[in-house]
Design a protein around this ligand. Structure first.
Ligand code: ADP
Length: 734
């Protein structure tokens, strides 16, 4: 016998000693407790029959050996002994039989029943002496319920004639399936014939274990109310109820506990056979093992995922850094000089080295055209003879291996730039000797010519990651772009320089030529004038006419030469402006007076409208007069009828001179071009107006030299207005 069984047996033995007293002891107590009437009743009823529910374990039931047992039966025995009653179980009745029998007064007492309205019609109930909870039992896979209200529409099983059946009928309108025994009801639930079962938690648990129903669970309480169990007596025997109540009242709290403990201990244990226990243990063990395995697997998966995530995050971070770097690099490479290019390349290489985190590596840029080798140098095997790692920038001849063993490689780069595979081959050989185990290169091309090589090399065998190569290419593209821009910039600068030199030579040539032309021209004009004045002898009409024509042409030629000389001098930067103080109003008056005959010749009115009488300016008087003559002359030239009005005004910082005419005007599209040299609106072979097309260009250039400017407003067919602005220093204001 196991230790556990021994303990149970001993406890049962001592409990029995306490509870079972001799009959004399019972008789003495009955005299003390019962009234004479009650004692008479017992005398008149020496045998009291008891019915019971054979399946109401652990309260009352027949065990596997056919013995009637249960807590209620212990109470019956105790009361018999204490009160001297002789309550005896009638065997062979089912619960239904017992109910029917007591209804018909063929039975006297039911020792363990719940109270219902229906039962109250034929039974009287003692004070409660046992209690239980009423619960709902469902199959394990039934969804969660919190009470009866969640079972609407579902079929509920109850034991027929039980207090639970009464309760369900009274409290709900659910479909109810009644079963003769509690086991049948639970089996029906387990096999899915009904949806739920309502019953006493104590008995139900007992039968669930006993029947080994693994697929049912106690799902929810019907209520939190505690249900009572009573002795019930046929309703025509009120004396017996009183007697039983007195007997029950005599049972102490400790005695009640001892009875309950005994039955709970005894009944729970036999419910689990050794085999069931082992099976359960195995099941629990397997389940626990499975759970542990799942947890371990889950933990392993989690660890793996975290590792993976960390790797991805790292990769992402590097990607982001690379993206950022590439963008930064692009913005850095706005290169205007070779020094800036070198600085950019240096920082690109240094950063690339940091980002790729390649151990022991060279990150290099070969620039054969400049004989340059930029290198982020990470490990020293004596090749570069540098004391520590860092970024170095070498001229080719500073690197000892460049010229000695590996000059062949340089030759390939310099002499066969288009043959990239060959170059790569040579480079491989070069770096193999340097102890490089792994390298990648991206060529930098300019107009299909190799201009450099961006590469990374590592002393360790290494698989270059795709993103590293992508970024190398990206950076190489940026570098290529920078190189291209740099080259184009260089080419452009050279072209501009060449053009400037050519222009300078041209201007110098024109200036000296003009000067050379002016001298004989002046002499021609002078001699023509002498002949025309007939100082050398009289001339006939025709001779005079021809001489005037020759003189006009010579004058025109001189004007042209003068203009060319001016513009050449300005472009060659050789025209120097003078600075003297003069009265601009006076200059304007004189200029207008001088040009008056020309205007009158064309029947035009030339007016100088002034609001100021005098204004002193410090500038080049001669050049300003040249400008005024040119502009007023043009106004006269391009006007056939009407007025030419010259006016002036002083503004905050300028002195403005306007020359307004009523001439042919200038179309809007021509307004921008008339200030360019040799530009004339009417430039065809049949043009009506004489001129070189240099006047306005010279005027604008002179004004610029004098710190002023000029603008024109014109409307085709209506006239033009040229506005000349001269700077007005504070000391020049009136
Ligand atoms: P030129 O007068 O010798 O042709 P300019 O440089 O002085 O050269 O003028 C350029 C052109 O601008 C002229 O040919 C003419 O078409 C136009 N132009 C200049 N002034 C006027 C004006 N007052 N009215 C109309 N057109 C003008």
């Amino acid at each position: 016998m196991s230790t556990y069984s021994q303990v149970i047996a001993l406890s049962f033995f001592f409990s029995s000693l306490v509870l079972i007293c001799p009959t004399e002891c019972g008789a003495a107590l009955a005299d003390e407790l019962l009234t004479p009437e009650e004692q008479l009743f017992l005398h008149e009823h020496p045998n009291i029959s008891i019915g019971f529910d054979p399946e109401f374990a652990p309260f009352e039931f027949i065990d596997d050996d056919g013995e009637i047992k249960g807590i209620a039966l212990d109470y019956v025995n105790l009361l018999n002994q204490r009160l001297g009653t002789n309550m005896q179980v009638v065997k062979g009745l089912s619960w239904q039989d017992a109910i029917n029998a007591i209804k018909n007064k063929q039975l006297d007492v039911l020792p363990c029943v719940g109270k219902t309205d229906e039962r109250s019609s034929y039974l009287q109930f003692s004070t409660p002496y046992l209690d239980y909870y009423r619960v709902i039992i469902t199959r394990t896979q039934h969804p969660f319920i919190s009470g009866l209200q969640d079972l609407t529409g579902e079929v509920i099983a109850v034991q027929a004639h039980s207090s639970h059946a009464g309760y369900i009928h009274e409290q709900t309108s659910f479909p109810v399936a009644e079963f003769i025994t509690l086991q049948e009801a639970l089996l029906a639930l387990s096999s899915g014939k009904v949806d739920a079962f309502v019953g006493n938690v104590t008995s139900s648990s007992y039968w669930i274990r006993k029947l080994n129903l693994n697929n049912v669970k106690i799902a929810a309480p019907v209520s939190h109310q505690v249900y009572n169990l009573h002795f019930a007596v046929r309703n025509d025997w009120p004396e017996l109820i009183s007697i039983i109540n007195k007997g029950l009242a005599s049972i102490s709290y400790e005695e009640k506990n001892a009875l309950a403990r005994r039955w709970i201990n005894i009944e729970y244990k036999p419910g689990i056979s050794k085999q069931t226990f082992v099976i359960s243990l195995l099941q629990v063990g397997t389940a626990a093992g499975l759970i542990v395995a799942i947890i371990l697997y889950w933990a392993w998966r989690l660890k793996k995922e975290i590792h993976q995530r960390k790797l991805s995050q790292k990769a992402l971070k590097r990607h982001v850094t690379f993206e950022h770097f590439s963008a930064e690099l692009s913005s850095q490479f706005i290169i205007n000089s070779a020094t800036e290019l070198d600085k950019g390349v240096n920082s690109a290489l240094a950063k690339l080295g940091q980002l790729l985190a390649v151990d022991a590596c060279y990150i290099y840029l070969l620039d054969p055209s400049r004989d340059m080798f930029c290198c982020d140098y990470r490990w020293d095997n004596g090749l570069l003879n540098q004391p520590q790692s860092g970024l170095y920038h070498f001229k080719a001849d500073q690197i000892k291996w460049w010229n000695e063993e590996l000059s062949q490689h340089r030759e390939v780069i310099l002499n066969t730039p288009d043959q990239i595979p060959e170059r790569a081959q040579a480079e491989k050989a070069l770096f193999k000797d340097m102890g490089v185990a792994s390298m990648v290169n991206v060529p930098l091309l300019y107009r299909n010519n190799l201009i450099g090589m961006l590469g990374i090399s590592s002393s360790a065998q290494r698989n270059w990651k795709n993103f590293e190569l992508d970024h190398l290419r990206q950076i190489s593209a940026t570098l290529t772009y920078a190189f291209q821009r740099h080259r184009m910039e260089q080419e452009l600068q050279t072209a501009i320089k060449d053009a400037q030199t050519a222009n300078h030579i041209k201007s110098a040539f024109l200036a000296s030529m003009s000067h050379e032309l002016r001298t004989p021209l002046n002499s021609i004009i002078g001699f023509l004038g002498l002949v025309e004045s007939e100082l050398a002898g009289p001339l006939n009409f025709e001779q005079k006419k021809q001489l005037r024509m020759a003189s006009g042409s010579a004058q025109h030629l001189l004007n042209l030469v003068n203009d060319v000389l001016d513009i050449s001098k300005i472009e060659a930067g050789e025209l120097r402006v003078e600075s003297e103080q003069f009265d601009i109003i006076e200059l304007l008056t004189t200029t207008c007076e001088n040009l008056m005959p020309l205007a009158q010749k064309k029947n035009l009115s030339l007016q100088f409208s002034r609001t100021i009488n005098t204004l002193s300016l410090t500038s080049d008087k001669r050049r300003i007069q040249q400008i005024l003559i040119n502009i007023i002359n043009n106004a006269i030239k391009f006007t056939e009828a009407g007025d030419i009005i010259v006016s002036c005004q002083q503004t905050d910082c300028d002195f403005e001179i306007s020359v307004q005419d009523t001439g042919i005007g200038i179309a809007e599209e021509d307004l921008d071009t008339i200030f360019e040299p040799f530009r004339q609106v009417d430039s065809g072979t049949e043009r009506r107006y004489e001129g070189t097309g240099l006047g306005l260009s010279i005027c604008l250039k002179l004004l610029t030299l004098l710190g002023g400017d000029m603008e024109v407003n014109s409307s085709l067919g209506k006239g033009s207005c040229f506005v000349i602005r001269l700077p007005l220093p504070a000391q020049d204001s009136v």
